[in-house]
Design a protein around this ligand. Structure first.
Ligand code: BGC
Length: 450
């Protein structure tokens, strides 16, 4: 790509992004709406949130998402990704709630009124209780239920949305729910089931992809893939362990969409979804961390790998029981290079760090964007960057312990306070450039966890 394509000059001190680059934030229904009744509400009631907290009103979006949409507009954001909660839309099997769909229409209209493009995601970890009870994505007939839901949504809001994400992070959903047991249904060590879940989700993705295209002809439909850099500590066994994780976690879903099947030897376990081959208009990437990996026979459920975060690496706040991950801006380089092999446009759909004091977030934002700018200059077709997230929200099994917002939220009072990174991000978005990426003000003030 030439400098002219960037709409201006490009030098070390002045990194301009393409004119139509989509700047925004990502959110998820259960984390922001409050008052949901889905399999995660059951998980919460069963006491499975590590902090012992509950989601409560979350960011109160069901009643008042518009308050945060105003903030997004004031920051100059151009896009906001939100998910539509399946359990609100189809609370009982086959019964669709017109009022819920009306509220979602209102939200998407409210975004358009503020000059913000909505990006709709259909599954961000949560679904109705009835769907969970019947086995969720382990059941071979799950795709037809997902397709029916996708159709209802496309009929209701299709004219308000261009970019669609079928699944958020099928790899995280399967790994956390079936391998490490930290998400519902809380099963551990079931690697084969995790792969089965992913291959059924790939079928569901195909059906939803076709349904959305049928109803919204100019839609762009993709999915959002979580990508982690697995860094081997030393020798051959650690390298083998890291490559195994890379295969299962980073690559399996990519392979299903790239080739319509899992590559050898995983392909021998099933996972032939021929129809999935090439079935996406873009790839969404969610990129957060680097994790360090050592081969260790004691860790049976995670393929004999000890996955950890050394204390000395840059990182945000710790979770309830363990560190969140190394904040590693170069992770986007690895993720984009992998995703580019599909030959589709790429959106960074999530990137961020848990950081209540904003110690490290400005550094992360600037350095990730510098990497992205370099990738665009090399010719990678990156169309946008969405930060995770706008306002602190309910962080799944960590409860309110981890704060990812550009804006701080007190969930009890619902008071919002702008963090300095909100101002920084807003300046970047408005100017469409990184003005001074090497400046000291983006250096790491305190690298390690407090
Ligand atoms: C998920 C978000 C989550 C974020 C921070 C992503 O993997 O999509 O829902 O809040 O990570 O942990």
């Amino acid at each position: 790509m030439s400098e002219a394509d960037f709409g201006g000059t490009s030098s070390e001190e002045f990194l301009r992004f393409p004119d139509d680059f989509l700047w925004g934030v990502s959110t998820a229904a259960h984390q922001v709406e409050g008052g949901n009744c889905n399999q995660w509400s059951d998980w919460e009631q069963a006491g499975r949130i590590k902090s012992g907290e509950s989601c409560g009103k979350a960011c109160d979006w069901w009643e008042n998402a518009e308050r945060d949409f105003d903030i997004a507009r004031d920051l100059g954001l151009k896009a906001l990704r939100l998910s539509l909660e399946w359990s609100r839309i189809e609370p009982e099997e086959g019964h669709f709630d017109a009022q819920a769909l009306t509220r979602y229409r209102q939200m998407l209209e409210a975004l358009h009124e503020r000059g913000i493009e909505p990006i709709v995601c259909l599954h961000h970890f949560t679904h109705p209780r009835w769907f969970e009870k019947r086995g969720a994505f382990l059941r071979p007939d799950a795709p037809k239920f997902f397709e029916r839901f996708a159709r209802e949504v496309a009929k209701a809001v299709g004219n308000l949305c261009r970019l669609w994400v079928t699944f958020n992070e099928p790899n995280v959903y399967a790994a956390c729910g079936y391998v490490v047991g930290e998400f519902p249904p809380g099963r551990k060590g079931e690697l084969l089931n995790a792969l089965r879940v992913n291959s059924i989700q790939a079928q569901a993705h195909v059906l939803a992809y076709r349904a959305i295209h049928e109803l919204v002809p100019d839609a762009q439909v993709g999915w959002a893939q979580h990508y982690v850099v697995f860094e081997p500590v030393r020798g051959i066994l650690d390298r083998w362990a890291a490559s195994l994780l890379d295969r299962f976690f980073n690559n399996a879903f990519f392979e299903l969409i790239e080739d319509g099947r899992l590559a050898f030897p995983l392909g021998m376990l099933g996972g032939h979804e021929r129809e999935a081959k090439g079935c996406c208009d873009f790839v969404g990437l969610n990129v957060y961390s680097r994790l360090h990996v050592a081969f260790d026979l004691r860790y049976v459920s995670t393929l004999f790998t000890n996955i950890f975060v050394p204390g000395h690496v840059p990182q945000g706040d710790r979770g309830v029981e363990k560190p969140y991950g190394e904040a590693y801006p170069q992770a986007v380089v690895r993720a984009v290079k992998r995703a580019s092999k599909l030959g589709k446009p790429i959106y960074i759909m999530e990137n961020g760090v848990p950081d209540a004091e904003d110690r490290i977030r400005p550094w992360l934002i600037v350095n990730v964007l510098r990497e992205l700018h370099g990738l665009i200059e090399q010719g990678h077709d990156i169309r946008g960057y969405l930060h995770w997230t706008l306002t602190d929200n309910f962080e799944w099994n960590e409860g309110w312990k981890l704060r990812f917002g550009l804006v701080a939220l007190d969930p009890d009072t619902q008071d919002r306070t702008m963090r300095s990174s909100a101002k920084l991000f807003s300046e970047i978005v408005r100017s469409n450039q990184l003005a001074d990426p090497t400046s000291d003000k983006y250096s790491l003030l305190s690298k390690t966890a407090p």
